[in-house]
Design a protein around this ligand. Sequence first.
Ligand SMILES: C[S@@+](CC[C@H](N)C(=O)[O-])C[C@H]1O[C@@H](n2cnc3c(N)ncnc32)[C@H](O)[C@@H]1O
Length: 304
Amino acid sequence: MRFEPNAPCPCGSGRKYKKCHRAFEEAPSHEKYGAAQGVYAESWRRTSELQSARGDYAWMAEQLGGHKAKQLFDIGTGSGHGLVALSAYFGPDLRIVGVDENLACLKIAGQTLANARLPAQVIARLETEETQFGFVQRGGAIPNPLPRPIALIEADLLTDEHLEETLVQDGPFDLVTIWLTGAHMWRRYNAYSLHRGARSEHDLRIILQNEAYELADRILRPGGLLQVIDRAEAPTTDAVRDEYFAAHGDQADPTSLVVKEVTYRLWQPPEGAPTQLIDTLPGERPNDFPEPQLALVSILSEKA
Ligand SMILES: C[S@@+](CC[C@H](N)C(=O)[O-])C[C@H]1O[C@@H](n2cnc3c(N)ncnc32)[C@H](O)[C@@H]1O
């Protein structure tokens, strides 16, 4: 089907088709991964701006209340609005290392941080290749020492050969954050996603969060925190709250992290937000179960 270039994009982003999905639809097969990253980055920037304006990111940072952090590792930095909120919360001396597999997102994050007078250096280093096993992103060494105060590294948390060594040398960290996990629509054709049999965005989210728990265990100082934030069923009852403790307790099980706190804020999609968000529901529900209320749910774990 051909779409009119100036008509609204059928994805519902509110942008013209020629400025949204056309680049992706028309890209040859081997360029679709990069084209999907570009479309995603622009949609996420607009979604993040709306979330930021209504205080979602400030709330997320506040869930770390009472804890001190000087050194932060952020997984899936997106357009950087979360880092601006974390820096405002902990103060301008907060040292930040962020990673994202999407360079288009990191470039936007660099700009978001610059606009907030937070100097960040983007480290671009991945080449994407289409292989018979799916798309593969490969990158060379990461600069050592990392630029300060803010380094934004193009890296896939699940497959990067150099990232962990860099983080171990650079750490230990006081805090690891992984907020609102999601990815572009061609991520499921990444060779590793295919290898792991990931069939949905939910599968990809669990795989990435499990890795976040394990990596956090290796790079946090004792007493350091991992904060996972999902859009998910609001834990308005003790039963649902217990399910969050149990589900994240399972994810933390191979590590020395212990789930300490679950907090939430009721959530509606921001009006006009182009990114469709996938929700994580912690347990099985009967078919006649009423539609759950959605929330931003913060799950804090502490390293022993
Ligand atoms: C929905 S955005 C959230 C961004 C940010 N955390 C926030 O709260 O605004 C998720 C980000 O995670 C990134 N991401 C997904 N899988 C990743 C992976 N395996 N390694 C690094 N980044 C990843 C995506 O590219 C995307 O920018």
